[in-house]
Write a protein of this length. Structure first.
Length: 184
């Protein structure tokens, strides 16, 4: 039991170290040596948990994606779009360290796009069930809402996430609502 706690603490230190370094340096420029020095661990400890930095990043991405997908899959047609965006913005605010890195100018844009594509099938399914028109219109609508919402959330994070998640959700939904209603 004690060993499990130590593993969790060590992994948390490694992740936090990576996030701290990524705030000032591109991921592909970070070395295991630098990461270990920053985390105050030796290389053997790092390699006992991860094959390389990419495997660490992959683990972080998988956990993050899983949490986002869980939120998306819990969304139904009975829920409001605002409710979804409030949940998403709260998730972003609670994971601000990682989101600051994803949304940084030299951030992980590929990962942000993957998150959008993870959610696409669920929203298209729901909008079809709700009577939206043809597949092409729904696909365009999702692209508009998702990437527009992502851009607002990215700007919010880059500016320090000072407004409440509810405020950002209201802003997104109020600015897309007319377009959504048009396709129902």
């Amino acid at each position: 039991m004690k060993n499990d706690y130590r593993i969790k603490i060590t992994k948390m230190m490694i992740r936090q170290s990576l996030l701290n370094i990524m705030k000032r340096k591109n991921l592909n420029k970070i070395t295991v040596k630098e990461l270990c020095q920053n985390a105050h661990i030796n290389r053997a400890t790092f390699y006992s948990h991860y094959e390389n930095i990419n495997s660490l990043i992959e683990e972080i991405r998988n956990e993050f994606s899983s949490n986002v997908l869980e939120n998306v899959n819990s969304f139904t047609n009975q829920d409001s779009l605002k409710g979804f965006f409030v949940t998403l913005c709260n998730f972003v605010k609670n994971n601000l360290d990682y989101c600051e890195i994803i949304f940084a100018d030299n951030g992980d844009n590929e990962f942000a796009n993957q998150i959008i594509e993870i959610a696409r099938p669920q929203f298209i399914k729901l909008w079809k069930e709700d009577g939206c028109r043809d597949d092409e219109s729904i696909d365009f609508l999702y692209t508009f809402v998702a990437y527009g919402g992502l851009s607002v959330i990215k700007s919010w994070v880059q500016k320090g996430a000072k407004q409440s998640p509810e405020y950002i959700a209201d802003f997104i939904v109020n600015n897309v609502n007319d377009n959504i209603l048009k396709y129902r």
